[in-house]
Design a protein. Structure first.
Length: 71
């Protein structure tokens, strides 16, 4: 269930726009002394061509499927 909550939080942050996302990544980089690692990962992700994302369906998260459990 934690993965579902995490995905929902990431989606909500993304919906708030570029500034909150930037602030979040900047703060995380400073706190964890990982700004260089975050910057390198940004370069890697930004190197993926938009066309490749479109063909692979890589722009949106897969829907969260919840299944009921019977007792």
């Amino acid at each position: 269930m934690n993965d579902i909550r995490f995905r929902m939080k990431v989606k909500r942050l993304h919906e708030q726009g570029p500034r909150p996302l930037f602030q979040f990544l900047e703060e995380l980089g400073i706190e964890r002394m990982a700004r260089h690692a975050i910057d390198a990962k940004l370069d890697r992700y930004l190197a993926i061509p938009n066309e490749a994302l479109d063909v692979a369906g890589g722009r949106d998260m897969a829907p969260i499927l919840l299944h009921g459990v019977r007792r």
